[in-house]
Each structure stands twice: as structure tokens, then as C-alpha cells.
Design a protein around this ligand. Structure first.
Ligand code: UD1
Ligand code: CA
Length: 474
């Protein structure tokens, strides 16, 4: 990365301690949609770089509370970390980043605990500066309840220009009634930023260096502060508490649900779906309530997912159905196959077309050929199951001898009777049959029948023991 290729410096403030989370984890590490808040912010910053043209941003993260945990979690060639210790305000945080900023590119300030900020909004903000040759861009938003935020103080005239920002604690009663607030996000030319940072003082109610004071400085130099509003007000929601984190999660999930519906998926309730990763859907996919999708999940055309399923890193091909309460991880399901209810597919489970995996069946690192079935209560691990095989209820592949794992091979058209154990390594030849209750320890030739059943004895004059009469208490 050469310095000339950089279009933007992005400072991400993440040193704050997030006391109200009541957590050992630094606030910015708490997840939204399964990933740390901070990861969303870095993604957005990089996407912004790509939108602006040449695709390079100079990312500078400011860490403090939580020590190396935060920087160690995010290591990348385009990202530098600076420590802020102690934390003496947002202006002080940016001062720590200043030596890492490149003068020829403007600097955008983002917050690690404001993870939903959108690329569109930031692009409009940055372009307001670049395109119009202006020198101060500020993201503001009108709130019904502005409590706690810095207020944007404007000229008396209607539509008056921005004069300064005043923090809630330092605001007069009149200023507190202003509903336009500072989101904290701003973009400024870097040499100006350096000059303003040098002039900051901590002469305020919190004895902190407020970054927001640079607004008044810019105005004093005769600059116009351009304000831009976010496309959606929720983009600027910050996280200070567990309640706000949960709120943000719902906002984010609703956005993903809307996008899924726009791409043709039928969601029984868009408020009851959780996507923590990338979910790709074909046409006429139907997803019932309460499902969780993690990692990379691909659903083919007409796939139906029943209620309360968990799918992590799976591919489900056209027309397959996953019935209620099934748990699938690292698996692939063939076209028109049926899984569940209450099925578990573990990593390496690969089902062919029209295969059936029923209730309380666990499949791990095993392939099922086309039309193969295990409909009830079974464990199939480290196995190759052929086409049209039927695995009876209660069947277990004993793949583990206490030290090593071994494979079971079940060839096409085999019938495994209920409650059988296949002690691996073992192979059942094409078309063979295992009688119910077989404990198989040797290979079976094609077409043969194996029975390992103890002879049943019937004692017709058998009397069941009776309960002893109660002895009275002494
Ligand atoms: C700040 C703004 C306020 C704005 C609000 C928007 C200032 C002085 N005030 O207030 O105008 O309405 O954000 O949410 O900027 N941080 C550090 N180091 C520090 C202090 C903060 O890295 O020393 C980080 C925090 O981790 C957080 C962000 O900066 O990500 C904002 O800090 P916070 O204390 O929440 O600022 P507010 O008081 O909310
Ligand atoms: Ca805050």
C-alpha cells in the first residue's frame, strides 16, 4: 500500500470502557449478528474506501480499556493501533491517532460502539467535503429525545449555520431543548485537524478534551460546517448497555430479514429470524419462525426450513425440507431430501438426493447416497452409505474403539435391521440384509443375510416376584 493510494484516514475510537455493560469483555467486542461491533465498523470503513474509488483507507484504531485484547483481535495490513491511556476524552483519543494520519487525505472519525453506521451515509458525508471543496463535514440527527447527546448550536436565523457543539452537561436549559444532536461522526482535512487538536483544552465539566470543540474552532476560522443526516436514524445508535445492544441486534436483523424477503424468501415472521453470517437463498424459499443461520448458509430453490432450526455452514439443495428443531453444521443436503424433525447433521454429513434423516438421528462425517434413509433414532459416523440403503431404528455405527476412529461402508440397497451395531471397520456388501439386533464385527458379502440373535426361550409357568408385605413400624 503506497501512501498516494490512500483516499481517506479513518480513526475508530474504541478506548472507552463501557461501564454500563457490566462485562469483563471490552464493549466494542460485544457481538452484533455474531461478530464484534468493531468488526462491523471496520467492514464499513473498508467498503467506504472501495466506494470512493481506489479502495484504500488508512485505518487507525484507538484502544485503551481491555488492553491488547481489542487490537490483537483485529490485525490487518491496512490497520494500525494506537493506545490511549488514560482515557481523557474523544479529542484526546484522536490526538493519539494524529501521528498515524496522512496529510493529503481527509480524516473521518467513527466510533467502535456505533456499529450500524451505513456506507451510503458515510459516502454522502465524505463527498460533501471532497466534491464541494469544503473543510468540515458533520453527521447530525434530529432526535425526539436528545438527552445525553451533544447539541448542535446554530445561528438564530432559520436554517442557520452551525456555530458549535455543546455537551449535555455543559449546555444551558435553552440549549438542552435543541433536538439536533451530534452523532460524533465527522470528516475534516487532516492538517486542519492537527491544528485544532493542538488547541483543545480540558476546561469543561468533565475535565476532558472534547473532540466536539473543534467545530467551534472551525467556525471561528470562518469555515462553514456542512451537516449531513444519516439515511436511517438507527444507523447512529450507540451501545452503552445490554439493552441497547439487544435493540441494535433487532434493528440489524430486521434489515437482513427485509433484504431476504426482497430477494424472494417467504419468512413466516421477519421479527423471528437470526442471521449471523451470510445467508443466500434461491427462489420460493420458506423459513418458519425461530431459526438461526450462522456462517455461510446456502438454501436452493423451494427449500423449506421448519421452526426452530439451527443451520451453520450448510448447503441445502433445491426442494429439500428441514423439519422443526433440527441442528445442522458443516453439512450438505441433496435435492428433495428430508431432514428432521429433531435431526442432527454434524460436520461432514453429506446427503444425496431424496435421502431421509428422521427424528433423533445423528450423522457425522458420513455420506448418504440417493434415496438412502435413516428415519429414527440412529448414530451414523465415519460411514459411507450407498443408494437406497435403509437403516433401521436404533442402529449405531461403532466408529470409535476408544483410541481411533474407523470407517463403516454400507453398499447400495443394503437393509440394516433395527437396533443393530456395526463395529467399524466393517463393510456390508451390496444388497445384504442385517437382521434386527445384529452386532456386526465382520464384513458381509453382497446379498447375504446376517443374524446374531440369541435364541429366545419361553417359560410358560413363570411367576413374577411379588412385593413383600409391609412390616408395621416398631
Ligand atoms: C460523544 C460526543 C457527543 C455526541 C455523542 C454521540 C464528545 C465530547 N461528545 O459523547 O457530542 O453526541 O458522542 O454518541 O465527543 N472514547 C475514547 N476515548 C476517550 C473517550 C471516548 O476512545 O477518552 C470513545 C468511546 O469508546 C466511544 C466514543 O469515543 O466509542 C464516544 O465516547 P463517549 O464517552 O460515549 O462520548 P459521549 O459522552 O457519548
Ligand atoms: Ca456515547
Amino acid at each position: 500500500m503506497t501512501d498516494e493510494a490512500i483516499v481517506l484516514n479513518v480513526v475508530v475510537l474504541a478506548a472507552g470502557m463501557g461501564k454500563r455493560m457490566r462485562s469483563d469483555l471490552p464493549k466494542v467486542m460485544h457481538p452484533v449478528a455474531g461478530r464484534p461491533m468493531l468488526a462491523h465498523v471496520f467492514d464499513t470503513a473498508r467498503a467506504l474506501g472501495a466506494r470512493l474509488g481506489r479502495g484504500e483507507v488508512n485505518l487507525v484504531g484507538v484502544y485503551g480499556h481491555g488492553g491488547r485484547l481489542v487490537p490483537d483481535a483485529f490485525v490487518a495490513p491496512d490497520l494500525q493501533w494506537v493506545e490511549q491511556m488514560p482515557q481523557r476524552g474523544t479529542g484526546h483519543a484522536v490526538m493519539q491517532a494524529a501521528p498515524r494520519l496522512l496529510d493529503h487525505a481527509p480524516t473521518l472519525i467513527l466510533y467502535g460502539d456505533v456499529p450500524l453506521i451505513a456506507v451510503d451515509t458515510l459516502e454522502r458525508l465524505v463527498r460533501s467535503l471532497l466534491d464541494a471543496q469544503r473543510r468540515f463535514g458533520l453527521l447530525t440527527v434530529e432526535l425526539v429525545d436528545p438527552t445525553g447527546y451533544g447539541r448542535v448550536v446554530r445561528d438564530k436565523a432559520p436554517g442557520g449555520s452551525v456555530q458549535r457543539i455543546v455537551e449535555q452537561r455543559d449546555a444551558s436549559l435553552a440549549e438542552q431543548s435543541i433536538r439536533e444532536v451530534n452523532t460524533g461522526v465527522m470528516v475534516v482535512p487532516t492538517p486542519d485537524l492537527r491544528r485544532w487538536l493542538d488547541a483543545l483544552s480540558d476546561d469543561n465539566s468533565q475535565a476532558e478534551y472534547y473532540l466536539t470543540d473543534i467545530v467551534g474552532m472551525a467556525v471561528a476560522e470562518g469555515l462553514e460546517v456542512v451537516t449531513v443526516q444519516p439515511t436511517h436514524a438507527w444507523e447512529t445508535l450507540g451501545v452503552n448497555s445490554r439493552g441497547q445492544l439487544a435493540e441494535l441486534e433487532r434493528v440489524y436483523q430486521r434489515g437482513l430479514a427485509d433484504a431476504l424477503m426482497e430477494s424472494g424468501a417467504h419468512l413466516l415472521d421477519p421479527a423471528r429470524i437470526d442471521v449471523r453470517g451470510q445467508l443466500t437463498v434461491g427462489r420460493d424459499v420458506c423459513i418458519d419462525v425461530g431459526c438461526v443461520f450462522e456462517g455461510q448458509v446456502t438454501l436452493g430453490d423451494r427449500v423449506r426450513i421448519g421452526p426452530y432450526c439451527v443451520l451453520r455452514d450448510v448447503v441445502i439443495r433445491d426442494g429439500a425440507e428441514i423439519a422443526a428443531y433440527s441442528h445442522l453444521e458443516g453439512a450438505s443436503v441433496g435435492a428433495n431430501a428430508r431432514v428432521g424433525p429433531y435431526a442432527r447433521l454434524r460436520p461432514g454429513a453429506e446427503l444425496g438426493p431424496r435421502a431421509h434423516i428422521g427424528n433423533f438421528v445423528e450423522v457425522k462425517n458420513s455420506s448418504f447416497g440417493a434415496d438412502a434413509k435413516a428415519n429414527h433414532l440412529a448414530y451414523v459416523g465415519d460411514s459411507t452409505v450407498g443408494e437406497r440403503v435403509n437403516i433401521g431404528a436404533g442402529t449405531i455405527t461403532c466408529n470409535y474403539d476408544g483410541a481411533n476412529k474407523h470407517r463403516t461402508v454400507i453398499e447400495d440397497d443394503v437393509f440394516i435391521g433395527s437396533n443393530s451395531e456395526l463395529v467399524a471397520p466393517v463393510r456390508v456388501g451390496r444388497g445384504a440384509t442385517l437382521g434386527a439386533g445384529t452386532t456386526l464385527t465382520k464384513d458381509v458379502p453382497a446379498g447375504a443375510l446376517v443374524i446374531t440373535r440369541a435364541q429366545a426361550r419361553t417359560l410358560s409357568d413363570w411367576v413374577r416376584p411379588a412385593k413383600n408385605p409391609k412390616t408395621p413400624k416398631a
